[in-house]
Write a protein that binds this ligand. Structure first.
Ligand SMILES: [Zn+2]
Length: 99
């Protein structure tokens, strides 16, 4: 995980090791998309977690994936596609960064 940004408006990570089943392959992805910092389920704020040994274990992160999760309802979302990991059909909202 590099270049993690979490602002009031959006979440973004420069690269991450996401899960294969939801995120298009278990390898490092670069230029991950921006998403609006709002849970599509409950409207809560998002956090990011990852603890892949290849990236170094980050204290406080419990997942070997790179993913966003809701601080309120704890739903997990892909950092590549924005898909919710439990097949609920929720997706994070794409965010278009202002230049
Ligand atoms: Zn939520």
């Amino acid at each position: 995980m590099t270049d993690l940004e979490i602002t009031d408006e959006y979440v973004h990570v420069g690269s991450a090791y996401p899960t294969s089943s939801y995120d298009g392959g278990y390898f490092r992805h670069y230029d991950c998309p921006y998403f609006v910092n709002r849970c599509p389920h409950c409207g809560g704020r998002l956090g990011f977690e990852q603890a892949d040994p290849a990236n170094g274990v980050i204290p406080g992160f419990t997942s070997i994936e790179g993913m966003y999760y809701c601080l309120w309802c704890d739903m997990d979302f892909s950092c590549i596609s924005g898909a919710e990991h439990g097949n609920t059909g929720y997706f994070l909202t794409p965010y278009i960064p202002r230049k």
